[in-house]
Design a protein around this ligand. Structure first.
Ligand SMILES: Cc1ncc(COP(=O)(O)O)c(C=O)c1O
Length: 324
């Protein structure tokens, strides 16, 4: 769906003042986030993409000889952030491509300082329910911070799902990250944020660089929050076209890992078929994501596109299946 026209206007209107430093506290943006989400501004920190904040969690709460847990097919920024902090990555097994509370608890130790859960996860699209997250929090060591990465939260309409805010309100050792890169369509401007207890926010602010979000990004994000009509349209569009892509792929004999989010994880008969389909799509100007580095070499992640792109995608995959 691209970017809200109002956010694009805000970007154009911000171009005239590059000689001034940005607001280092992102006050207006945090005010808008607080109002829109009905939370306290002091519990919010903004980052240069949520990637920066994920990295800050690792740097703040873990160091040499500490352990950070994430799940088998978890988002790949977690190992990067863990290793950059000098900590030890610990990988918990998944069940049916979904993070599993028991498996996470099995690999916990007295050295576990952070547990990252992408909810829903990229690239599997699977999620832990609110009840599962509460069980996880109750079973994790008390001094291990549970970071719920809700980058795709806006797309999820399941009743048993939580974006994590209620858990932050309930537990001091839960934090939640969000982003403007997905439904808000501002990935290039790098802007994300976290909601956490005052203590956690205080620690993060001690290592945050003073001007981590530029003025254009701050203004664009404010305008984007204020254009919720665009967000509602994007959710509706995603529901319709994600269902369409999934149904068509199933009809073509391709397995779908059932997930929520703005992408489909298509599982082929084998690695060779996935690779050949990837090449065929590329030759036809369709660029999807190989996910072999996630341990999913027989899968491709396909992001929901515009109507004509989705129809073209299915046409090309149909040609591929018929000719291979
Ligand atoms: C699960 C998840 N978390 C976080 C991010 C990072 O987003 P950002 O652009 O805010 O750094 C992504 C981006 O792909 C993601 O898939």
């Amino acid at each position: 769906m691209g970017t809200s026209a109002k956010a694009l206007d805000a970007i154009k209107n911000s171009l005239g003042i590059p000689s001034r430093y940005p607001d280092g506290s992102a006050i207006e943006l945090r005010k808008n986030l607080a109002n829109f989400n009905n939370i306290n501004i002091n519990n919010i920190i903004c980052g240069n993409g949520s990637d920066e904040i994920l990295s800050m969690f690792a740097n703040c709460f873990a160091g040499q000889n500490d352990e950070i847990i994430y799940s088998e097919h978890g988002f790949l920024v977690y190992p990067i952030a863990t290793k950059a902090a000098g900590a030890i990555p610990i990988i918990a097994k998944e069940k049916n491509y979904k993070a599993n509370v028991e498996e996470i608890i099995k690999v916990c130790s007295s050295k576990t300082k952070v547990c990252f859960i992408a909810n829903p996860n990229n690239p599997t699209g699977t999620y832990l329910t609110r009840d599962e997250l509460i069980t996880l929090r109750q079973k994790l060591p008390i001094n291990c911070l549970l970071v719920i990465d809700s980058a795709y939260a806006e797309y999820v309409e399941k009743e048993d799902y939580t974006n994590g805010f209620d858990l932050v309100n309930k537990f001091e050792n839960v934090a939640c990250t969000r982003t403007f890169s997905k439904i808000y369509g501002l990935a290039a401007l790098r802007i994300g944020w976290a909601y956490a207890s005052l203590d956690v926010i205080d620690y993060l602010n001690r290592i945050r660089l003073p001007f981590n979000i530029n003025t254009i990004a701050q203004n664009a994000a404010i305008a984007a929050i204020q254009d919720q009509l665009f967000i509602r349209k994007a959710i509706k569009h995603n529901n319709i076209w994600k269902n369409y892509i999934e149904k068509e792929l199933i009809d073509l004999g391709i397995n779908i890992i059932p997930g929520v989010g703005n992408f489909v994880l298509a599982q082929y008969n084998n690695i060779e078929q996935a690779n050949n389909c990837y090449i065929y799509l590329e030759e036809n100007n369709i660029f999807v994501r190989k996910v072999s580095e996630y341990g999913l070499a027989d899968c491709l992640r396909i992001t929901v596109g515009l109507e004509k792109e989705n129809i073209y995608l299915i046409k090309i995959i149909k040609n591929f299946i018929e000719n291979n």
